[in-house]
Design a protein around this ligand. Structure first.
Ligand code: FES
Length: 107
């Protein structure tokens, strides 16, 4: 399976165009960590910490947010209408070309 392109805009406004494998069962939080971008992913991808929050800046259609994700974003800081949890976005061919901006760190 081919890699897809994922663009992550970091907190300094720098764009990182990443090659993301679709066959490794990874999500956006894990991808950012693999590329050493400053995403903590403290809860390990359980939708329980919001340190992987990012803003969806492309019109990429994503699956609906789970109740767990919506509950977590309800309690998080800097939440916008286009906020998503990176750990809840699986890397798949459907999101090729996605653009995400990292949300500010809460602490
Ligand atoms: S890593 Fe904790 S909510 Fe995504």
């Amino acid at each position: 399976m081919a890699d897809i392109k994922v663009t992550i805009i970091d907190r300094e406004g720098v764009e990182h165009v990443l090659d993301a494998p679709t066959d490794m069962n990874m999500n956006i939080m894990e991808l950012c960590k693999a590329y050493e971008l400053p995403v903590k992913g403290e809860c390990g991808g359980m939708a329980m910490c919001a340190t992987c929050q990012c803003y969806l800046e492309s019109d990429t259609p994503l699956a609906e947010q789970s109740d767990a994700e919506l509950d977590m974003l309800d309690q998080a800081f800097y939440v916008k209408p286009n906020s998503r949890l990176g750990c809840q976005i699986p890397i798949s061919e459907e999101i090729d070309g996605i653009v995400l901006r990292l949300a500010p760190e809460a602490e």
